[in-house]
Design a protein around this ligand. Structure first.
Ligand code: HEM
Length: 145
């Protein structure tokens, strides 16, 4: 693909996934310190930077994934595992917009003062993020059984 060896694209896919994994762990650590009231509010700068890094890794996963997909497209479009994996990727994309809208509440309101409805959205969004990264990663191992 574009003269880039497939192995290099594959390693880029995996290295980017590792960066995303670190980002998810850092985001969860920061999120839990706010949920538990260890900190009253979170810095917008930190949240925005983390959100941009996660957005960039997701974009790179999709670009490198497409480069891996293209030469094997005739085979992969017949694999249910590929569609399940892509469903998780679509959930990650949609959830990134939800996170963008939801994360700002943590910069001005302590968690205990957040409305129960917004708390539920925050928890669901966090769970969707974690499950979709893990889901896409696990389904990847079923692409070429
Ligand atoms: C964003 C979430 C994604 C995650 C967590 C993810 C995860 C992974 C992992 C862990 C592997 C290695 C599996 C193995 O060693 O057999 C892999 C391979 C692969 N991924 Fe992804 N991926 C993502 C997105 C994508 C996208 C968007 C596409 C395509 C449009 C894609 C296409 C592929 C292909 C074709 C392979 C197989 C490469 C090979 O074995 O030669 N991935 N992915």
């Amino acid at each position: 693909m574009l003269g880039i060896p497939r192995d290099l694209i594959f390693y880029m896919h995996i290295v980017t996934l590792c960066v995303a994994g670190c980002g998810v762990l850092i985001a969860d650590k920061i999120g839990f310190s706010w949920f538990r009231g260890k900190v009253e509010t979170l810095s917008l700068k930190t949240l925005a930077r983390l959100h941009n890094v996660m957005g960039a890794t997701l974009a790179l996963m999709i670009l490198s994934g497409l480069a891996l997909f293209w030469p094997a497209r005739e085979y992969l479009v017949a694999q249910p595992s590929f569609y399940i994996k892509m469903t998780f990727v679509i959930l990650l994309i949609l959830n990134s917009f939800a996170i963008d809208a939801l994360m700002k509440v943590a910069t001005h309101t302590p968690f205990k003062e957040v409305s129960s409805g917004k708390k539920r959205f925050l928890m669901i969004s966090g769970a969707v993020s974690l499950c979709s990264w893990i889901g896409a990663g696990v389904m990847a191992f079923f692409l070429f059984p």
